[in-house]
Design a protein around this ligand. Structure first.
Ligand code: NAG
Ligand code: NAG
Ligand code: NAG
Ligand code: NAG
Ligand code: NAG
Ligand code: NAG
Length: 390
């Protein structure tokens, strides 16, 4: 087992206090096209024009999503206020705006533009943009079919420990994030450069595709030397690491091939440890890059000769067992194995990602990507009880 950390303590405490344990279900089948109680809706497409000045790029989208963003931020403030009697909010409103200018261009300008167009205080938009480094669990998979097509898919699970609604049996922030999920066409010179699924107001990328070239998702990696330390160092002036989701977006904008993307993701110094899950456009091109803040521990690739036709990552190093109270890897792999390479497709991957606890109460969306056609499909998810909290 991996070295225990703060997260294990919280998972154990929450499990004990709710008498909860992971229960596995049979692998799902025929869930696609999405329908029924685990499907909450399609995701709407927007365009972000990279040829506009950064401060204006998000105006159109944010005008539409302003009230959803306000509602989400209010929920976070209610939660934080309840815990720390408002001191945290003072910090966010008065101190966080100062760090926006330390963030790399164009992200600093984009964040300022979002604050202006929505009227949300700058510190709160900054908070939303650095948030991801702390509260997620996820599942990502890259796989190859027998014809050599590469597929890449993920569940994005967000909001762990951020307010449990006892009555509705939901995570408060997770529910507030669902209406913020958007698909984005990033265009440059009047053509699509990349596509992503984002939370409106968040300028980094967690799920993205460069059509016909590569696909990329990130999962959080917990470690004692985790995101908190990197963020604190940044605030106190040591700023040589890159924010994970900013790096992801930069790679999607600038890398021109799978190999180029892999090199950038493996070599750039980070603020927090991470997993990068990368898919290419040729046979064998799929990998999980396990990162510490400064170096790369491992690159685990699809290898058909070894019978490895997919690589799957949750939030634990692949060479170690997952924490027993948070094992989404075993059920996901069991269902991938049961599907077999002969029958793998976006449809059957959606089935795998719809099986509890791979699908759980933190799951905000499921994304399916096919590099050869440039297709990105995302669906808002729900997990009605009985369903595991993570
Ligand atoms: C989602 O999109 C699909 C395909 O475009 C459509 O058939 C379906 O009715 C939509 N569902 C909802 C709930 O909007
Ligand atoms: C709980 O569910 C009810 C009914 O679906 C809904 O009206 C209410 O807003 C939910 N509460 C929260 C905090 O999400
Ligand atoms: C962008 O593309 C659209 C449709 O393809 C075209 O109508 C428009 O003239 C183009 N604009 C520029 C600036 O090239
Ligand atoms: C795969 O990506 C490479 C590098 O970007 C590109 O040169 C090549 O044309 C792509 N192959 C296909 C089949 O699109
Ligand atoms: C799935 O198959 C792989 C490769 O044969 C094997 O290493 C792994 O243990 C299997 N996992 C599960 C959960 O069945
Ligand atoms: C292959 O997947 C489809 C769902 O896409 C399923 O209906 C079918 O039974 C599967 N075939 C086999 C041989 O498992």
């Amino acid at each position: 087992m991996q070295r225990p950390n703060f997260r294990y303590v919280l998972l154990t405490f929450f499990s004990l206090s709710t008498c909860f344990a992971h229960k596995y279900e049979e692998c799902r089948g025929s869930m696609y096209p999405p329908d029924g109680p685990t499907f909450k809706g399609n995701v709407t497409w927007y365009t972000v024009n990279l040829d506009l000045p950064p401060s204006e790029r998000w105006n159109h989208l944010m005008k539409q999503k302003k009230s959803e963003l306000l509602s989400m931020i209010q929920a976070i403030k209610d939660l934080a206020g309840g815990f720390f009697h408002g001191q945290i909010l003072d910090l966010v409103d008065n101190k966080l705006p100062l760090i926006v200018d330390t963030l790399p261009y164009p992200f600093n300008e984009e964040i300022k533009g979002i604050a202006v167009v929505t009227g949300v205080p700058l510190g709160e938009v900054v908070l939303f943009n650095i948030f991801y480094e702390v509260f997620t669990v996820c599942t990502s998979v890259v796989t190859e079919d027998v014809k050599g097509n590469i597929y890449h898919a993920r569940n994005l699970d967000f909001g762990l420990f951020m307010g449990w609604d006892q009555k509705n049996k939901t995570w408060i922030i997770t529910e507030k994030l669902k209406p913020l999920v958007v698909n984005i066409d990033f265009i440059r010179n009047n053509r699509t450069l990349l596509r992503s699924t984002n939370f409106a107001g968040y300028v980094g990328i967690l799920t993205g595709i460069r059509p016909r070239e590569f696909t990329l998702t990130t999962n959080e990696r917990f470690n004692v030397d985790g995101g908190y330390i990197g963020i604190l160092e940044w605030i106190f002036g040591q700023r040589d690491g890159m924010w994970m989701s900013f790096l992801t977006r930069r790679v999607l904008e600038n890398a021109t091939s799978y190999e180029d993307a892999k090199k950038q993701l493996a070599m750039t110094k980070l603020l927090a440890p991470a997993y990068f899950i990368l898919g290419g456009n040729r046979t064998g091109q799929g990998c999980v890059i396990t990162r510490t803040r400064v170096n790369t521990l491992d690159i685990w690739e699809i290898d058909l000769k070894l019978g490895r036709w997919y690589v799957l990552e949750t939030n634990y190093d692949h060479w170690e067992d997952p924490f027993f109270l948070d094992d989404r890897r075993t059920p996901a792999m069991k269902c991938m194995n049961k599907t077999t390479q002969a029958n793998i497709s976006l449809q059957t991957i959606y089935d795998v990602l719809s099986t509890k606890p791979v699908l759980n109460k933190l799951t905000t969306y499921t994304s399916l990507m096919e590099v050869s056609t440039g297709k990105l499909e995302s669906y808002i998810r729900a997990c009605p009880s009985p369903c595991t909290p993570w």
